[in-house]
Ligand binder design. Sequence first.
Ligand code: NAD
Ligand code: UFG
Length: 340
Amino acid sequence: MSKQILITGGAGYIGSHTTVSLLEAGHEVVIIDNLSNSSIESINRIQLITGKSPIFIEGDIRDTDLLDRIFTKFNIEAVLHFAGLKAVGESVEDPIKYYSNNVCGSLSLFQAMAKADVFRLVFSSSATVYGEPDNMPISEDFLTGTPTNPYGKTKLVVEQIIADLVQADRRWSIASLRYFNPVGAHPSGLIGEDPQGIPNNLLPYISRVAIGELAELSVFGNDYATPDGTGIRDYIHVVDLAKGHLKSLHAIFHKTGMYIWNLGTGKGYSVLEMIAAFEKASGKSIAYRIAPRRAGDIAECWANPSKAAEELLWEAELGLDDMMIDTWRWQSSNPQGYDS
Ligand code: NAD
Ligand code: UFG
């Protein structure tokens, strides 16, 4: 009987790119997604890119009966867990929604996995669990901090639950991947980030200015202690991130315990550098104005990615130009995202 990888949230931005990587590597994939922040069209596009079809189940990971049925019906050998909500501002306004989806959802999944004797898991964590470290770059042995919002706290809580799970039962084998700032899109232009409403994140916002849907970008603060005064982040191409998942999945196959890996490039770029790079790639000029700092933002955040390089033999290969060219290809050929 063939084996499958279960991908929660596989219709979403990072999950869809990772599904492509897994299908191309010869894995069979089952996706569960409630489509609360994604479109079924992304599944059709995955098929167009790979010529293969993931099995898609529309449903919520908090539906324990549905999870039990999935684990009974399929021969799941590992789970990649992307399903969750990620809008920082919304999490401040509606913390129950975030703790319910991200924490209760994860617990429901872990329970169903244990019941089905499936103990391999790759979890989508975030660099936000480091809080505001004193030094850069950030290594995995830095202490975790206090995230400034409920979204970030849900990631930290789930990491703590995972640490308790592996202590309690030695059969668990879990990778927690701390992403830095995922950007870009598949080079086919067929799948990419499709935020609902006004985007929160920098590059989706810049893209909407470029297609004329938004008038100008607000640059949140130019008085940080950085070379040009604007915030610095470690932007990582989503295709590199997807490959990092494949390597992590293979790495945990014959181990047990909890493994934490930073997935970043090790390079930081400022907001103004990002605007200039996007303008160069797209040939569009981006109107912007300097606005006050955004609450909860930190001045700089970039990874020391050497642990993943040594232990996974994984390094980000794509640079800033690729991130911008691929973002622009996706945005300009799908101006309304998957509704285009
Ligand atoms: P996304 O919103 O595009 O994808 C998440 C998917 O999960 C969506 O398709 C959504 O419909 C689905 N989903 C949400 N709640 C669900 C539930 N209860 N049951 C079933 N499906 C559900 O987000 P993304 O950018 O692809 O992020 C994937 C994961 O990575 C998330 O857990 C996110 O918190 C984490 N992460 C993202 C970033 C980022 O900047 N994109 C950074 C760090 C960590
Ligand atoms: N920025 C602007 N204008 C905007 C949007 C962002 O100037 O309209 C700036 C921010 O101030 C920051 C940089 O661009 O300096 C990046 O901001 P993003 O919102 O794109 O990303 P963040 O680093 O704030 O947040 C991301 C994820 C979170 C995650 C966090 C830490 O969106 O989910 O990284 O991992 F928690």
